[in-house]
Design a protein around this ligand. Structure first.
Ligand code: P61
Length: 474
């Protein structure tokens, strides 16, 4: 029996309650279609949650990308769009926000993160060069490979172990990096590609101590560091919360100091900055900037809009300032942790510690009887949708794709199903509903069979691949 005096969320978890630092001004109704309709929708979608229609989804935890709620100030900014082809006022506001909060000198706007990845990869990688990184991200690695780069994972081993409680599982293993430099020579390393937080590891942060030490290693070999700053605000929150010496510094100060150890950054603004579309690339080196600015006009748009409307840039500039407010990032990360703590309380296997943007359910331990090449994480995403209309995303063998050399599946150590929480969109009640649904699916895990892939696109296959349940049509 639980103690009846423990009534509120905070009391139940042994702390004071927190609340979202906003009130709701406009709502979008959602509803759940019935189980028969969900079964049909899932079959039509080839058991791939990317192929479901949003209208058939009840609670959408597919991604936190472009799905957050904008504030009234951001919406007001949308009305201030200066839609001139060249020299839009909103671009200068965006440039100023990036310079102020991230600290880089030169800013190139892009339509979203992968647009920036494309420009940076094509500009800073020579074919045959190595790109060490703290774990891979799907689009990042693909752009690096398309530019002729060879990706090398140099994240610490702890990141591959879902039960290891290391507070900074995103850290770079400097010995792995030094060994690579020794083996191939620093001239054959394009740059270090550093992500904070690390999405595929479960939203795990990088410590300030690690980025400082990384800077020293790179300085002594004349290697540049470019940062994937997509969820760097959440990383700054973890530094403030977990790393000794940072508790009294603001999120903004931590963010800027972290960025100061890197030579530039790219951004999918659809995450931390709470806009529906947008991105940027920013560097300190003028010559590199000049090369990037020459390229942006080929692929994205003029260097003062980069594929965004003026109104999008205004909403983004405002979103950057809002994203570093402590009350915001604290309640955002705490909501994710609330969901994680509920799952842990029922001993449902998840990646620990819980990261910044999502709870990653460990599908290997969830379905130990389903071999990895029968797609346990994809299976779990399908089952969760079937049970309750909740949409999640596979982050395992399907996402990892095939080795370009051998053509075989890559078998990643982490086989997980991601429950990503959009910012300022769902309430604690939604998290309760989600957690109960995961529990129901967990309780029936032994009766669940895996999937077979029946259609496989060549690149980024997870977006459009189709599956069939094993046991049917066989
Ligand atoms: C996501 F299934 N993330 O997490 P763009 N870097 C990082 C990202 O998380 C990221 C991008 C660069 C998405 C959307 C997405 O395999 C997938 O603005 C750390 O999406 O182009 C995007 O930024 C790329 C989902 C992307 C995926 C790729 O849900």
């Amino acid at each position: 029996m639980t103690d009846p005096s423990l009534r509120t969320m905070g009391q139940q978890f042994g702390r004071r309650s927190w609340a979202e630092p906003w009130k709701i001004k406009m709502v979008e109704p959602i509803h759940m279609i019935d189980r028969g309709e969900r079964a049909r929708a899932l079959e039509e979608a080839g058991y791939n949650t990317f192929l479901l229609r949003s209208e058939d989804v009840y609670i959408d935890l597919l991604t936190d990308s472009g799905t957050s709620a904008m504030s009234d100030r951001q919406w007001a900014g949308m009305m201030m769009g200066d839609e001139a082809y060249a020299g839009s006022r909103n671009f200068f506001n965006l440039e100023n926000a990036v310079q102020t909060f991230y600290g880089y000198r030169h800013v190139v706007p892009t339509h979203q993160g992968r647009g920036a990845e494309h420009l940076l990869s094509q500009t800073a990688i020579k074919p045959g060069q190595y790109v060490p990184s703290n774990m891979y991200f799907t689009t990042t690695r693909l752009h690096q490979e398309l530019a002729g780069g060879i990706f090398v994972d140099v994240i610490i081993d702890e990141a591959h172990d879902t039960l290891n409680l290391h507070p900074f599982k995103g850290d770079v293993d400097l010995d792995k990096l030094r060994a690579l430099i020794k083996q191939v020579g620093s001239e054959n390393i394009a740059y270090v590609s550093l992500a904070g937080t690390v999405n595929m590891a479960g939203g795990q942060p990088v410590s300030m101590a690690n980025v400082r030490a990384l800077r020293e290693v790179c300085d002594s070999h004349d290697i540049r560091i470019y940062l994937d700053a997509t969820r760097m605000v959440e990383n700054a929150f973890f530094i403030q919360d977990r790393e000794p010496g940072w508790a009294d510094e603001s999120i903004a100060a931590i963010l800027k100091e972290f960025c100061s150890y890197t030579d530039g950054a790219w951004m999918s603004a659809k995450k931390d900055s709470m806009v529906n579309i947008g991105g940027w690339l920013a560097v300190d080196d003028y010559d590199l900037f000049d090369a990037l600015r020459n390229k942006v006009v080929i692929y994205e748009g003029l260097h003062t809009y980069g594929g965004m409307a003026g109104r999008d840039m205004e909403a983004l500039a405002i979103g950057i300032a809002e994203s570093v407010q402590y009350e915001h990032v604290h309640s955002r990360v705490s909501q994710v942790h609330y969901l994680g703590d509920l799952l842990l309380s029922w001993e449902i296997p998840i990646v620990q510690p819980v990261g910044g943007h999502a709870v990653f359910v460990d599908a290997r331990r969830f379905y130990p009887h389903i071999p990895q090449d029968q797609f346990p994480a994809q299976t779990l995403a399908a089952q969760l949708y079937l049970d309750s209309g909740i949409r999640s995303m596979e982050r395992g063998i399907v996402s990892a794709g095939r080795d370009p050399e051998t053509g075989d599946h890559r078998y990643p150590a982490l086989e997980s199903t991601r429950l990503a929480v959009p910012r300022r969109v769902y309430t604690q009640a939604h998290m309760d509903v989600v957690s109960e649904a995961v529990k129901v699916v967990y309780d029936s895990r032994e009766q669940t069979h895996g999937l077979r892939m029946v259609y496989e696109p060549k690149q980024l296959r997870f977006f459009q691949a189709r599956f069939e349940p094993i046991g049917i049509h066989s």
